[in-house]
Design a protein around this ligand. Sequence first.
Ligand code: ADP
Ligand code: MG
Ligand code: ZN
Length: 685
Amino acid sequence: MPAENKKKDGKPPQPRNFGSSLLSLLVTLFLINYVVLPALGPGRTRVSYSEFLKQVRAGNVEEALLGETEIRYILKEGTEGAEATPAQPTSPSPSPPPSSPSSSFGEAHEPPSPSPPPPTTPEAPNFRDQQQPVYSTVPIADNTRNLVELLEENNVEFRAAPQGGFLSTLLGWVLPPLIFVGIWAWFLQRAQGGSAALTVGRSKARIYAEGNTGVTFDDVAGEDEAKAELEEIVEFLKQPDKYTRIGAVIPKGVLLVGPPGTGKTLLAKAIAGEAGVPFFSISGSEFIELFVGVGAARVRDLFQQAKQKAPCIVFIDELDALGKARSSNSALGSNDEQEQTLNQLLTEMDGFEGNTGVIIIAATNRPEVLDPALRRPGRFDRLVTVDRPDKLGREAILRVHAKKVQLDSDVDLGAIATRTPGFSGADLANLINEAALLAARKNQTLVRMADLNEAIERVIAGLERKSRVLNPLERKIVSYHEVGHAIVGFLMPGSNRVEKISIVPRGVGALGYTLQLPEEDRFLMAEDEIRGRIATLLGGRSSEEVVFGKVSTGASDDIQKATDLAERMVTIYGMNSKLGPVAFERIQQQFLNPNSARRIISPEVTALIDQEVQRIIDAAHQVAQEILRLNRDLLEEIAETLLQNEVLEGEALQQYLKRAKAPTELTDWLQTGEWQPLADELGNS
Ligand code: ADP
Ligand code: MG
Ligand code: ZN
């Protein structure tokens, strides 16, 4: 099936130079007619009409050719021609004679008696004596009749000037239509944006010349597993013999998969840089065009170019734009152009032998939408995961990017790495740059640790917005809300440490925020930690309830997150005793068709899920309220300080939080999720 698609090594249609070649043809004809042909004729000296008349009257003129627009003549041997007036050729007469001189006075055509008969060769009438210098002048309309008489009186031999030969006739007839066609073609070309329509089939792959990407594996930090996988590709590109001798076939296609900003594009460039081979780079979306079939032509063109340059690397970025599963949503109608392009890519990948030296690297952050055919052996069969970096990886990435800025000696990149779990390489690069910007704004010469910490907050929470002014009541509510988060968060298990409370508005929606940063990377979350997290999220709202007896709209985001977590506990993590370890939600899996997210569940179970989610939220809410009632005095104290200082962090904050007391039943609740508050014990604050 792929073989039949390969029927022709078709080139894209190439009418694109039509307009310009036509134009150059026209220019050439024009030049021939008006520059070359006249130049080929004998050189002529231009003189004024009066000079001509003077010479005729003086009897110096031997022979004259009378043309409609020009009179040429030669002088008798031995007579001095007047000095030419070369500077200004006589201006053409305002109205040329209406017809040729010969026809306007037919009877005057008797041959002049004294002179010998002219060599009657009408095809090529010319001067008999080619050696004589030829003079030329422009006739004046009303004088033609007098002129003939004058010439006869002075015994000048005269004839009609030669008509243009075959070539000028041809030009006269052919040139005007060609000019029109040329102008038309030129406008057509302009109207279509010069290159667009006529060059659509051309691949836009940018060619980075050998080693020109300027990126090596040293520039890619942290992704050690991915780099190890790719080393082999580099080895092959450097010395293919080593592999081909044994009979090994190197993978043709490598698929880099990972979240955005983890360095996939960077890695691909590094491979080319390390191997020192040409690097063709194109984005998947660049194959998709308005016209059906253009993308396919572009794929063909790209591979043709690549094969000529082998060994080389073809890098297709954002492959998902091109390689989406075909007809996955046929109800909406399939996308012909995209399918054709994908088919062409599959065909091309099958179409060359394993060891030609063309290696195709593709990157995507949505592997689950890719067409399964792309992953077949012989195509993108090598999958390299480029994941978010762990702590050591982050430190290494920070080090790479910190080389570009001047760091103060107090900067501890390890500590920064600890505080930035989940950051991608791009986030970290951005972090360093933000810190450098901050330092520069403060006219520092070095980037300090404080700048980096501020930059982390910026990346997480957005820019400070001091311009947003809250009224005193709002400030008070925000203050209590945030302190509520902080106190509950402090008492909960897990490695998240409360770093900072602030009531300076930031980013798009945050009026205040509580910054909790982890002390280590976590890959699992235990049941009690999730419960603690839910309670912490509800701490803000609970604080408003405890202090003001009513709630504001400020807690909506917290509530959303808490509910999501509770639902995941029940439907994905199997952390509910009534429902047990049954998955109700499908985790979207790689390379599976993304079907409906939820399994088909009976209405009873659906009701039970809702009920259990509700119960988890309720219990966490009560725990948070209980904690805040128990620590009401501390809550007031911290909130007052925060209102004055706007920001509370570091040692001062820890001193306050250390005084927080935990309710006795807290440990039980964290373990079991059951919270049975004893109503009579609650009223003490
Ligand atoms: P993507 O995976 O989305 O293609 P890029 O390769 O474009 O990500 O990375 C964007 C930028 O982030 C890079 O130019 C680089 O500055 C930085 N970066 C990402 N990952 C790394 C890494 N592992 N080491 C160093 N820099 C990185
Ligand atoms: Mg990329
Ligand atoms: Zn909140």
